[in-house]
Design a binder for this molecule. Sequence first.
Ligand code: ADE
Length: 237
Amino acid sequence: MENKKPIGIIGAMAVEVKELIAHMEESGREEIAGLVFHRGILDGVDCVVAQCSPGKVNSAVCAQIMISTYHPRLVINIGVAGGVGVGIGDLVIASALVQHDFDSTPLGDPLGNITICRGEGEESFIMLESDKQAAAVLLEEAGSIYGGAHMGVIATGDTFVADREKNRWLGATFGAKAVEMEGASTAQACYMNGVPFAVLRAISDNANDDSPVDFPTFARESADKSARLLARALPRL
Ligand code: ADE
């Protein structure tokens, strides 16, 4: 029997999800905590799509509600990102996600170290790995429609990075290829619930001094690229 659980899709900004929602054969929508969850069929695949607004808390809340309410078999965070050593318009598929602004180093922890509850105990991690099969499918489809994509670490924080030195630091410290504001927090919510996740981003700016101009210039084009790739990959996910 076919798996009836939907694929969950989360984007922060309207521009990142509106084309997908427009193309969906929508069977229903529900508002929870101010977030609108669109249920329906996209390219023949049962999906639930939501816009979460930017940031780690917004995305984690959205992912948790989506998981608790719709029980997705996979959650994919899509949209745009700042490039770290990759160009505007390039696609980056996360191999792993890190929260670059999580800092309890004064207590002796490594930078980016997150501790979560596991029943009566606790567990710590720095990176969370994406679902390997979903990442591989996205990479393969990117190869066939866009001539390829980068696969690597995506760094997430509650900061719009527009600084060359911070950009360099993200690459040197975490091996990041892109920086954004929702991927690792979505991943954490998924991980805590045992739900596989993937993050797909298209670069809208170089996370440097030019970003305040580049981001509004390229966000739409890059967001469309990310959504088109996802739509193409969905039947294989
Ligand atoms: N999303 C797109 N560009 C970004 C940047 N430079 N920093 C954080 N998130 C982003």
